[in-house]
Design a protein around this ligand. Structure first.
Ligand code: GCO
Ligand code: MG
Length: 437
Protein backbone atom coordinates (compact mmCIF):
# COMPACT_ATOMS: atom_id res chain seq x y z
CA UNK A 1 0.00 0.00 0.00
CA UNK A 2 1.69 3.24 -1.10
CA UNK A 3 1.90 5.78 1.65
CA UNK A 4 0.64 8.59 -0.60
CA UNK A 5 -2.47 6.59 -1.61
CA UNK A 6 -3.79 6.58 1.89
CA UNK A 7 -5.04 10.00 3.13
CA UNK A 8 -4.78 8.69 6.67
CA UNK A 9 -1.03 8.20 6.31
CA UNK A 10 0.63 9.05 9.57
CA UNK A 11 -2.62 8.87 11.49
CA UNK A 12 -1.29 5.77 13.21
CA UNK A 13 -4.17 3.88 11.69
CA UNK A 14 -3.09 0.32 10.99
CA UNK A 15 -6.01 -0.95 8.89
CA UNK A 16 -4.75 -3.05 5.97
CA UNK A 17 -7.11 -1.68 3.33
CA UNK A 18 -7.64 1.37 1.14
CA UNK A 19 -10.59 3.71 1.61
CA UNK A 20 -13.59 3.08 -0.64
CA UNK A 21 -12.50 4.09 -4.13
CA UNK A 22 -15.95 5.01 -5.46
CA UNK A 23 -16.27 7.91 -3.01
CA UNK A 24 -13.89 10.79 -2.36
CA UNK A 25 -11.65 9.82 0.60
CA UNK A 26 -12.60 11.55 3.85
CA UNK A 27 -11.38 11.34 7.42
CA UNK A 28 -12.84 12.14 10.84
CA UNK A 29 -11.55 15.51 12.04
CA UNK A 30 -13.55 16.03 15.25
CA UNK A 31 -15.86 14.20 17.65
CA UNK A 32 -17.88 16.64 19.77
CA UNK A 33 -20.36 16.07 22.61
CA UNK A 34 -23.23 18.56 22.65
CA UNK A 35 -25.26 18.86 25.85
CA UNK A 36 -28.70 20.45 25.82
CA UNK A 37 -31.93 20.26 27.83
CA UNK A 38 -34.67 22.15 25.96
CA UNK A 39 -37.35 20.12 27.73
CA UNK A 40 -35.52 20.13 31.07
CA UNK A 41 -34.30 16.58 30.28
CA UNK A 42 -30.52 16.23 29.89
CA UNK A 43 -29.67 15.14 26.32
CA UNK A 44 -26.26 14.33 24.90
CA UNK A 45 -25.68 14.29 21.15
CA UNK A 46 -22.42 13.56 19.34
CA UNK A 47 -21.38 15.47 16.22
CA UNK A 48 -18.71 13.78 14.08
CA UNK A 49 -17.05 16.25 11.70
CA UNK A 50 -14.96 15.27 8.66
CA UNK A 51 -12.30 16.52 6.31
CA UNK A 52 -15.06 17.16 3.75
CA UNK A 53 -16.20 20.63 4.86
CA UNK A 54 -19.92 20.54 5.60
CA UNK A 55 -20.07 16.73 5.85
CA UNK A 56 -20.83 15.73 9.43
CA UNK A 57 -23.08 13.31 11.27
CA UNK A 58 -25.07 13.37 14.50
CA UNK A 59 -25.79 10.55 16.94
CA UNK A 60 -27.62 10.11 20.25
CA UNK A 61 -25.51 9.47 23.35
CA UNK A 62 -28.21 10.19 25.93
CA UNK A 63 -27.95 8.54 29.33
CA UNK A 64 -29.84 11.21 31.22
CA UNK A 65 -28.86 9.99 34.71
CA UNK A 66 -25.08 10.14 34.01
CA UNK A 67 -24.69 12.53 31.03
CA UNK A 68 -21.40 14.10 32.11
CA UNK A 69 -19.75 10.68 32.40
CA UNK A 70 -20.73 10.00 28.79
CA UNK A 71 -19.30 13.37 27.73
CA UNK A 72 -15.99 12.46 29.40
CA UNK A 73 -15.90 9.09 27.60
CA UNK A 74 -16.47 10.85 24.29
CA UNK A 75 -14.02 13.70 24.73
CA UNK A 76 -11.16 11.96 26.53
CA UNK A 77 -11.25 8.53 24.88
CA UNK A 78 -13.27 8.20 21.67
CA UNK A 79 -12.22 11.51 20.14
CA UNK A 80 -8.43 10.84 20.21
CA UNK A 81 -9.07 7.23 19.19
CA UNK A 82 -11.12 8.17 16.12
CA UNK A 83 -9.72 11.39 14.64
CA UNK A 84 -8.00 10.51 11.38
CA UNK A 85 -10.04 7.36 10.70
CA UNK A 86 -12.29 6.75 7.74
CA UNK A 87 -15.94 7.38 8.72
CA UNK A 88 -17.06 4.79 6.16
CA UNK A 89 -15.60 2.02 8.38
CA UNK A 90 -18.60 1.89 10.74
CA UNK A 91 -18.30 -1.77 11.76
CA UNK A 92 -14.54 -1.62 12.20
CA UNK A 93 -14.77 1.56 14.26
CA UNK A 94 -17.50 0.04 16.45
CA UNK A 95 -15.50 -3.15 17.09
CA UNK A 96 -12.24 -1.30 17.68
CA UNK A 97 -13.89 1.25 20.00
CA UNK A 98 -15.68 -1.50 21.94
CA UNK A 99 -12.49 -3.33 22.91
CA UNK A 100 -10.33 -0.24 23.22
CA UNK A 101 -11.41 0.16 26.88
CA UNK A 102 -10.55 -3.49 27.54
CA UNK A 103 -13.15 -3.60 30.30
CA UNK A 104 -16.00 -2.89 27.98
CA UNK A 105 -19.71 -2.29 27.78
CA UNK A 106 -22.04 -0.64 30.23
CA UNK A 107 -24.30 2.35 29.67
CA UNK A 108 -21.64 5.08 29.85
CA UNK A 109 -19.21 3.63 27.30
CA UNK A 110 -22.04 2.30 25.12
CA UNK A 111 -23.76 5.67 24.99
CA UNK A 112 -20.51 7.32 23.98
CA UNK A 113 -20.06 4.72 21.24
CA UNK A 114 -23.68 5.11 20.15
CA UNK A 115 -23.23 8.83 19.59
CA UNK A 116 -20.36 8.08 17.22
CA UNK A 117 -22.02 5.05 15.60
CA UNK A 118 -25.27 6.81 14.73
CA UNK A 119 -23.30 9.80 13.44
CA UNK A 120 -21.30 7.50 11.15
CA UNK A 121 -24.52 5.97 9.77
CA UNK A 122 -25.75 9.54 9.24
CA UNK A 123 -22.54 10.37 7.34
CA UNK A 124 -22.69 7.18 5.28
CA UNK A 125 -26.24 7.99 4.23
CA UNK A 126 -25.22 11.51 3.27
CA UNK A 127 -22.27 10.20 1.26
CA UNK A 128 -24.52 7.63 -0.45
CA UNK A 129 -27.26 10.22 -1.00
CA UNK A 130 -29.93 8.11 0.67
CA UNK A 131 -31.74 7.78 4.03
CA UNK A 132 -30.29 5.29 6.50
CA UNK A 133 -33.31 2.98 6.17
CA UNK A 134 -32.25 2.45 2.55
CA UNK A 135 -28.80 1.34 3.76
CA UNK A 136 -30.58 -1.14 6.07
CA UNK A 137 -32.48 -2.81 3.23
CA UNK A 138 -35.18 -0.29 2.37
CA UNK A 139 -38.66 0.35 3.68
CA UNK A 140 -41.07 -2.44 4.61
CA UNK A 141 -43.77 0.03 5.83
CA UNK A 142 -44.78 3.57 5.07
CA UNK A 143 -44.45 4.76 8.71
CA UNK A 144 -43.88 3.40 12.23
CA UNK A 145 -47.00 3.07 14.40
CA UNK A 146 -46.33 4.66 17.77
CA UNK A 147 -47.64 4.47 21.29
CA UNK A 148 -48.05 7.51 23.52
CA UNK A 149 -48.21 7.96 27.30
CA UNK A 150 -51.56 8.62 28.97
CA UNK A 151 -51.69 9.06 32.70
CA UNK A 152 -54.12 10.33 35.27
CA UNK A 153 -54.67 10.97 38.95
CA UNK A 154 -57.79 8.81 38.67
CA UNK A 155 -59.66 6.78 36.04
CA UNK A 156 -61.73 9.77 34.90
CA UNK A 157 -58.67 11.87 34.16
CA UNK A 158 -56.93 8.91 32.54
CA UNK A 159 -60.00 8.25 30.35
CA UNK A 160 -59.95 11.89 29.24
CA UNK A 161 -56.29 11.56 28.20
CA UNK A 162 -56.92 8.26 26.40
CA UNK A 163 -59.91 9.67 24.52
CA UNK A 164 -57.94 12.79 23.57
CA UNK A 165 -55.16 10.64 22.10
CA UNK A 166 -57.71 8.45 20.29
CA UNK A 167 -59.27 11.59 18.80
CA UNK A 168 -55.79 12.54 17.56
CA UNK A 169 -55.51 9.27 15.70
CA UNK A 170 -53.37 7.28 18.13
CA UNK A 171 -54.18 3.57 18.17
CA UNK A 172 -51.70 2.48 20.87
CA UNK A 173 -51.83 4.15 24.30
CA UNK A 174 -49.90 3.38 27.46
CA UNK A 175 -51.97 3.80 30.63
CA UNK A 176 -50.44 4.66 34.00
CA UNK A 177 -52.34 5.91 37.03
CA UNK A 178 -51.65 7.39 40.44
CA UNK A 179 -51.86 5.20 43.46
CA UNK A 180 -53.13 7.79 45.97
CA UNK A 181 -50.48 8.65 48.53
CA UNK A 182 -47.70 6.79 46.71
CA UNK A 183 -44.93 7.86 44.33
CA UNK A 184 -46.04 5.91 41.27
CA UNK A 185 -44.03 5.57 38.07
CA UNK A 186 -45.41 7.09 34.93
CA UNK A 187 -47.16 10.05 36.39
CA UNK A 188 -45.68 13.02 34.58
CA UNK A 189 -46.21 16.41 36.13
CA UNK A 190 -49.87 17.35 36.58
CA UNK A 191 -49.46 19.50 33.50
CA UNK A 192 -47.59 17.48 30.83
CA UNK A 193 -46.51 20.66 29.05
CA UNK A 194 -44.68 21.63 32.23
CA UNK A 195 -42.54 18.49 32.10
CA UNK A 196 -39.33 20.39 31.53
CA UNK A 197 -39.75 23.23 33.98
CA UNK A 198 -37.94 23.54 37.29
CA UNK A 199 -41.31 23.50 39.03
CA UNK A 200 -42.14 20.19 37.40
CA UNK A 201 -38.75 18.79 38.39
CA UNK A 202 -39.32 19.94 41.97
CA UNK A 203 -42.83 18.49 41.84
CA UNK A 204 -41.51 15.17 40.60
CA UNK A 205 -38.81 15.15 43.26
CA UNK A 206 -41.36 16.01 45.96
CA UNK A 207 -43.70 13.27 44.78
CA UNK A 208 -40.82 10.85 44.72
CA UNK A 209 -40.40 11.51 48.43
CA UNK A 210 -43.69 9.69 48.92
CA UNK A 211 -43.28 6.02 49.70
CA UNK A 212 -44.19 3.38 47.18
CA UNK A 213 -45.79 0.04 48.01
CA UNK A 214 -46.35 -2.89 45.66
CA UNK A 215 -49.59 -4.05 47.28
CA UNK A 216 -51.73 -0.95 46.63
CA UNK A 217 -50.23 -0.69 43.11
CA UNK A 218 -51.02 -4.32 42.25
CA UNK A 219 -54.60 -3.79 43.41
CA UNK A 220 -55.15 -0.48 41.59
CA UNK A 221 -53.80 -1.41 38.14
CA UNK A 222 -56.22 -4.26 37.32
CA UNK A 223 -59.12 -2.07 38.46
CA UNK A 224 -57.81 0.71 36.23
CA UNK A 225 -57.77 -1.51 33.14
CA UNK A 226 -61.17 -3.01 33.97
CA UNK A 227 -62.61 0.51 34.01
CA UNK A 228 -60.68 1.88 31.02
CA UNK A 229 -61.33 -1.13 28.78
CA UNK A 230 -65.07 -0.95 29.66
CA UNK A 231 -65.16 2.79 28.91
CA UNK A 232 -63.10 3.00 25.68
CA UNK A 233 -63.81 -0.42 24.20
CA UNK A 234 -61.64 -2.94 22.38
CA UNK A 235 -60.60 -0.94 19.33
CA UNK A 236 -57.60 0.68 20.96
CA UNK A 237 -54.39 -1.05 22.02
CA UNK A 238 -53.55 -0.47 25.68
CA UNK A 239 -50.11 -0.91 27.24
CA UNK A 240 -48.68 -0.69 30.73
CA UNK A 241 -45.22 -0.36 32.27
CA UNK A 242 -44.67 -2.07 35.63
CA UNK A 243 -41.21 -0.50 35.65
CA UNK A 244 -39.46 -3.36 37.47
CA UNK A 245 -40.76 -2.29 40.88
CA UNK A 246 -42.86 -5.25 41.99
CA UNK A 247 -41.57 -8.38 43.78
CA UNK A 248 -41.50 -11.09 41.08
CA UNK A 249 -44.25 -13.34 42.40
CA UNK A 250 -46.57 -10.32 42.75
CA UNK A 251 -45.70 -9.38 39.17
CA UNK A 252 -46.72 -12.88 38.07
CA UNK A 253 -50.10 -12.41 39.76
CA UNK A 254 -50.46 -8.92 38.26
CA UNK A 255 -49.80 -10.24 34.75
CA UNK A 256 -52.48 -12.89 35.29
CA UNK A 257 -54.93 -10.31 36.69
CA UNK A 258 -54.44 -8.17 33.57
CA UNK A 259 -54.98 -10.97 31.06
CA UNK A 260 -58.75 -10.26 30.59
CA UNK A 261 -57.96 -6.72 29.37
CA UNK A 262 -55.92 -7.94 26.39
CA UNK A 263 -52.98 -5.54 26.64
CA UNK A 264 -50.84 -4.91 23.61
CA UNK A 265 -47.91 -5.49 25.95
CA UNK A 266 -46.98 -5.41 29.63
CA UNK A 267 -43.54 -3.94 30.14
CA UNK A 268 -40.77 -4.58 32.67
CA UNK A 269 -42.77 -6.96 34.82
CA UNK A 270 -39.42 -7.94 36.30
CA UNK A 271 -36.14 -6.20 36.97
CA UNK A 272 -33.19 -7.35 34.82
CA UNK A 273 -31.80 -9.10 37.89
CA UNK A 274 -34.98 -11.20 38.12
CA UNK A 275 -35.30 -12.13 34.46
CA UNK A 276 -35.24 -15.87 35.18
CA UNK A 277 -38.79 -15.42 36.52
CA UNK A 278 -39.91 -15.11 32.90
CA UNK A 279 -39.61 -18.92 32.78
CA UNK A 280 -42.20 -19.09 35.60
CA UNK A 281 -44.52 -16.46 34.12
CA UNK A 282 -44.42 -17.30 30.43
CA UNK A 283 -46.41 -20.58 30.58
CA UNK A 284 -49.11 -18.96 32.73
CA UNK A 285 -50.25 -15.97 30.70
CA UNK A 286 -50.84 -14.95 27.10
CA UNK A 287 -50.36 -11.25 27.94
CA UNK A 288 -47.61 -10.08 25.54
CA UNK A 289 -44.44 -9.22 27.44
CA UNK A 290 -41.95 -6.42 26.68
CA UNK A 291 -38.55 -6.15 28.33
CA UNK A 292 -35.15 -4.64 28.01
CA UNK A 293 -34.82 -0.87 28.30
CA UNK A 294 -32.44 -1.44 31.22
CA UNK A 295 -30.22 -3.90 29.36
CA UNK A 296 -26.81 -2.64 28.32
CA UNK A 297 -25.66 -5.41 26.02
CA UNK A 298 -27.07 -7.63 23.30
CA UNK A 299 -26.03 -10.65 25.42
CA UNK A 300 -28.61 -9.89 28.12
CA UNK A 301 -31.38 -10.36 25.58
CA UNK A 302 -30.16 -13.71 24.28
CA UNK A 303 -31.96 -16.10 26.70
CA UNK A 304 -35.22 -14.13 26.50
CA UNK A 305 -35.20 -14.14 22.68
CA UNK A 306 -33.71 -17.64 22.22
CA UNK A 307 -36.35 -19.21 24.51
CA UNK A 308 -39.16 -16.94 23.31
CA UNK A 309 -39.78 -15.73 26.87
CA UNK A 310 -40.76 -12.24 25.71
CA UNK A 311 -42.58 -10.76 22.72
CA UNK A 312 -40.94 -7.33 22.36
CA UNK A 313 -37.39 -6.07 22.89
CA UNK A 314 -37.44 -2.61 24.51
CA UNK A 315 -33.90 -1.59 23.62
CA UNK A 316 -32.67 1.89 24.55
CA UNK A 317 -30.47 1.81 21.45
CA UNK A 318 -27.77 4.11 22.76
CA UNK A 319 -27.40 1.93 25.87
CA UNK A 320 -26.19 -1.00 23.77
CA UNK A 321 -23.97 1.07 21.49
CA UNK A 322 -26.09 2.39 18.65
CA UNK A 323 -27.54 1.31 15.32
CA UNK A 324 -24.80 -1.22 14.62
CA UNK A 325 -25.61 -3.60 17.53
CA UNK A 326 -29.33 -2.82 17.44
CA UNK A 327 -29.80 -3.93 13.84
CA UNK A 328 -28.04 -7.25 14.60
CA UNK A 329 -30.22 -7.80 17.68
CA UNK A 330 -33.35 -7.04 15.64
CA UNK A 331 -32.29 -9.62 13.05
CA UNK A 332 -31.70 -12.24 15.76
CA UNK A 333 -35.11 -11.45 17.26
CA UNK A 334 -36.75 -11.77 13.86
CA UNK A 335 -35.53 -15.35 13.50
CA UNK A 336 -37.19 -16.24 16.83
CA UNK A 337 -40.45 -14.36 16.22
CA UNK A 338 -39.75 -11.55 18.68
CA UNK A 339 -40.62 -8.00 17.66
CA UNK A 340 -38.97 -4.61 18.17
CA UNK A 341 -40.28 -1.85 20.43
CA UNK A 342 -37.33 0.53 20.67
CA UNK A 343 -37.29 2.70 23.81
CA UNK A 344 -38.40 6.23 22.97
CA UNK A 345 -39.22 8.44 26.00
CA UNK A 346 -38.22 12.05 26.48
CA UNK A 347 -34.73 11.00 27.54
CA UNK A 348 -33.93 9.66 24.13
CA UNK A 349 -32.88 12.66 22.06
CA UNK A 350 -34.74 13.44 18.82
CA UNK A 351 -31.60 12.13 17.07
CA UNK A 352 -32.12 8.83 18.89
CA UNK A 353 -35.78 8.85 17.86
CA UNK A 354 -34.66 9.32 14.27
CA UNK A 355 -32.32 6.33 14.62
CA UNK A 356 -35.23 4.32 16.07
CA UNK A 357 -37.36 5.31 13.09
CA UNK A 358 -34.87 4.23 10.42
CA UNK A 359 -34.60 0.82 12.09
CA UNK A 360 -38.42 0.68 12.38
CA UNK A 361 -38.92 1.32 8.67
CA UNK A 362 -36.50 -1.40 7.57
CA UNK A 363 -37.29 -4.19 10.09
CA UNK A 364 -39.85 -6.83 9.11
CA UNK A 365 -40.26 -7.72 12.81
CA UNK A 366 -41.19 -4.19 13.82
CA UNK A 367 -43.62 -4.24 16.75
CA UNK A 368 -44.35 -0.71 17.89
CA UNK A 369 -42.41 2.53 18.42
CA UNK A 370 -42.58 4.44 21.69
CA UNK A 371 -43.03 8.15 20.95
CA UNK A 372 -42.46 11.31 22.93
CA UNK A 373 -44.30 14.45 21.79
CA UNK A 374 -41.38 16.88 21.84
CA UNK A 375 -42.35 20.53 22.51
CA UNK A 376 -41.58 23.21 19.94
CA UNK A 377 -38.45 24.40 21.79
CA UNK A 378 -36.95 20.93 21.40
CA UNK A 379 -37.92 20.70 17.74
CA UNK A 380 -36.19 24.10 17.30
CA UNK A 381 -32.94 22.58 18.58
CA UNK A 382 -33.33 19.49 16.38
CA UNK A 383 -34.46 20.46 12.86
CA UNK A 384 -35.89 17.39 11.15
CA UNK A 385 -37.22 15.89 14.40
CA UNK A 386 -39.35 12.96 13.15
CA UNK A 387 -42.92 13.95 12.41
CA UNK A 388 -45.72 12.23 14.32
CA UNK A 389 -49.19 12.23 12.77
CA UNK A 390 -52.08 9.81 12.34
CA UNK A 391 -50.73 7.65 15.17
CA UNK A 392 -47.39 7.02 13.47
CA UNK A 393 -43.88 8.41 13.05
CA UNK A 394 -42.87 9.40 9.53
CA UNK A 395 -39.53 9.77 7.74
CA UNK A 396 -38.81 11.48 4.47
CA UNK A 397 -36.11 10.79 1.91
CA UNK A 398 -33.46 13.12 3.25
CA UNK A 399 -30.01 11.46 3.20
CA UNK A 400 -28.66 10.08 6.46
CA UNK A 401 -30.82 10.16 9.60
CA UNK A 402 -32.67 13.22 8.29
CA UNK A 403 -32.15 15.23 11.46
CA UNK A 404 -29.74 17.94 12.55
CA UNK A 405 -28.79 19.84 15.69
CA UNK A 406 -28.74 23.65 15.82
CA UNK A 407 -25.80 24.22 18.15
CA UNK A 408 -26.72 27.85 18.81
CA UNK A 409 -30.24 26.83 19.81
CA UNK A 410 -28.87 23.94 21.88
CA UNK A 411 -26.70 26.36 23.81
CA UNK A 412 -29.83 28.23 24.92
CA UNK A 413 -30.80 25.22 27.04
CA UNK A 414 -27.94 24.21 29.35
CA UNK A 415 -28.41 21.32 31.74
CA UNK A 416 -30.56 22.35 34.75
CA UNK A 417 -28.46 23.13 37.82
CA UNK A 418 -30.36 20.50 39.75
CA UNK A 419 -28.77 18.92 42.79
CA UNK A 420 -28.79 15.42 41.37
CA UNK A 421 -27.36 16.27 37.92
CA UNK A 422 -29.98 13.99 36.40
CA UNK A 423 -29.85 11.07 38.81
CA UNK A 424 -33.20 9.56 39.70
CA UNK A 425 -34.32 10.71 43.20
CA UNK A 426 -34.48 7.70 45.46
CA UNK A 427 -37.82 6.02 45.98
CA UNK A 428 -38.48 4.23 49.22
CA UNK A 429 -40.96 1.73 50.64
CA UNK A 430 -43.09 2.82 53.60
CA UNK A 431 -40.49 1.29 55.93
CA UNK A 432 -37.77 3.41 54.29
CA UNK A 433 -36.23 0.68 52.11
CA UNK A 434 -34.90 2.16 48.88
CA UNK A 435 -36.34 0.44 45.80
CA UNK A 436 -35.72 0.37 42.07
CA UNK A 437 -37.08 3.53 40.36
C1 GCO B 1 -40.30 3.99 29.28
C2 GCO B 1 -39.30 4.09 30.37
C3 GCO B 1 -38.94 5.48 30.79
C4 GCO B 1 -37.86 5.45 31.84
C5 GCO B 1 -36.91 6.60 31.64
C6 GCO B 1 -35.74 6.54 32.61
O1 GCO B 1 -40.94 2.92 29.17
O2 GCO B 1 -40.38 4.94 28.49
O3 GCO B 1 -39.66 3.26 31.45
O4 GCO B 1 -40.04 6.20 31.22
O5 GCO B 1 -38.39 5.52 33.13
O6 GCO B 1 -36.45 6.55 30.32
O7 GCO B 1 -34.87 7.62 32.42
MG1 MG C 1 -40.29 1.45 30.51
Amino acid sequence: MSETADPRAGSGDVRPWEPCSSLPPVTITDVKAICTAPDGIRLVVVKVETSDAGLYGVGCATFTQRPLAVVAAIEHYLKPFLVGRDPDDIEDIWQASFVSSYWRGGPVLNNAMSGVDEALWDIKGKRAGMPVYQLLGGRVRRAADVYVHANGRDVDELEDRVRAFMADGFRHIRCQIDVPGYATYGRGSADPSATGTREAAADRLARHQNPWEPGPYCRVVPRMFEAIRARVGDDVELLHDVHERVPPIMAVQLAKDLEPYRLFFLEDVFAPEDQEYFRLLRPQVSTPLAMGELYVSQAEYVPLIRDRLIDFIRVHISDIGGITPARKLAAFAEVLGVRTAWHGPGDVSPVGHAANLHLDLAASNFGIQEAYLFPERTREVFPGCPEIRDGAMWADDRPGLGIDIDEAAAAKYPFPDHAYNGAWPEIRRADGTVIRP
